[in-house]
Design a protein around this ligand. Structure first.
Ligand code: SAM
Length: 274
C-alpha cells in the first residue's frame, strides 16, 4: 500500500515531475523509514496530523494507513493536484485535506490538526517550523525530518557548539530533542546530506513582560556576531555598549558572556530591560 522505489519513479514519470532542489524535493521511497517516522511521532489514536510538503504522498499514505486524518500543505500545484488520486487508488475513503500554499504563509488550516509530522524541504525547514508553532497554537507535538545539521541545531541546549538562533527561537515554543538519524539512501533523488528526526513538544513560552518579537530581536542581535561578548553584540540593540552593559547587569547576566550560553528565559529577561 505504501510507495516503494518503483512506485515513486512511476508516479514521477506519469506526472512528468522533475524534482527541484529549490523546493527541497527529495521523496521517501523506503517503507520501513516511513513506518518508523509514523511510530516515532507517538500520536494519539486517530489524531489529525498536519503534514507539510506531502510530495508524491509517501508519508501521507503512512499516516493515513495508521488511521490518522491528514491536513497536507503542498506548494507545488502539480503534486498537490495528484495527491487525491494517489490516495484514492490506495486507501479509498481516507480523510485527507489538501491546501495548495506556501507553509510559511498559512495562518489557519482545515481540520485543526494537533500534531505536525513532516519531511520538510531542507532550505526552509527552520522558518517553516517557527512559523507553524507561532500561527497554529493547536499544534501540541511535532516530529520533523530535517537535514542532520539542522536537527542538531534545533535540539542543541545552551552552551553547546551548535546552539544558535534556531535553538533559542524553537525553545520559545517547544522542547526539541533528536529522535534518530535517517540515511540519505532512503530518498529519491538522493540528497548529498543525511537527515535527522526532531521531536517537538509544545510548552508555555517563558513568563515575561516582553513580547516575542522583542525577545527574538535580542536573540538575533546576540548571535549576529557570534564571537563577540554580549556587551559588544547588544550595543546596537541597546544604543551603546554602556547601555548594553546596564541592561545585561539588570537582567543578572555577565556582560562578558556570549549569546550561546543563554537560555531563552535569559534572552527574555534582557528584552525586558529596554
Ligand atoms: N513528504 C514527501 C516525502 O516524504 O516523500 C516529500 C518531502 S520533500 C523533502 C519536501 C516537499 O515540500 C516537496 O513536496 C516540496 O514541493 C514541498 N515544499 C517545498 N517548499 C514548500 C513550502 N514552502 N510550503 C509547502 N510545501 C513545500
Amino acid at each position: 500500500m505504501l510507495l516503494g522505489p518503483a512506485e515513486i519513479r512511476a508516479l514521477a514519470a506519469d506526472l512528468d515531475v522533475r524534482p527541484t532542489k529549490t523546493l527541497g524535493q527529495n521523496f521517501l521511497h523506503d517503507q520501513n523509514t516511513i513506518r518508523r517516522i509514523v511510530r516515532t511521532a507517538d500520536l494519539e489514536p486517530g489524531e489529525r496530523v498536519l503534514e507539510i510538503g506531502p510530495g508524491l504522498g509517501s508519508l501521507t499514505l503512512g499516516l493515513l494507513e495508521a488511521g490518522h486524518p491528514v491536513t497536507a500543505i503542498e506548494i507545488d500545484p502539480v503534486l498537490a493536484a495528484s495527491l487525491p488520486r494517489t490516495v484514492a487508488a490506495r486507501l479509498p475513503g481516507a480523510d485527507l485535506e489538501i491546501v495548495t500554499d506556501d507553509a510559511m504563509r498559512v495562518s489557519d488550516v482545515p481540520g485543526d490538526p494537533t500534531a505536525l509530522v513532516a519531511n520538510l524541504p531542507y532550505n526552509v525547514a527552520v522558518p517553516v517550523v517557527l512559523h507553524l508553532l507561532e500561527t497554529l497554537p493547536g499544534l501540541r507535538t511535532g516530529l520533523v525530518m530535517v537535514q542532520a545539521e539542522v536537527a542538531d541545531r534545533l535540539a542543541a541546549p545552551p552552551g553547546s557548539r551548535t546552539y544558535g538562533v534556531p535553538s533559542a527561537k524553537a525553545a520559545w515554543y517547544a522542547s526539541a530533542t533528536r529522535a534518530g538519524a535517517i540515511p540519505r539512501t532512503v530518498f529519491w533523488p538522493m540528497p548529498n546530506v543525511d537527515s535527522g528526526l526532531v521531536r517537538l513538544v509544545r510548552r508555555d513560552p517563558p513568563a515575561t513582560t516582553a513580547t516575542r518579537e522583542q525577545v527574538f530581536a535580542v536573540v538575533d542581535a546576540a548571535f549576529a556576531q557570534r564571537r563577540k561578548t554580549l556587551r559588544a553584540a547588544l550595543a546596537g540593540w541597546a544604543g551603546s555598549p554602556v547601555a548594553a552593559e546596564d541592561a545585561l547587569r539588570a537582567a543578572g547576566i555577565d556582560p562578558s558572556a556570549r549569546g550561546e550560553t543563554l537560555a531563552i528565559e535569559q534572552f527574555a529577561r534582557i528584552a525586558e530591560q529596554k
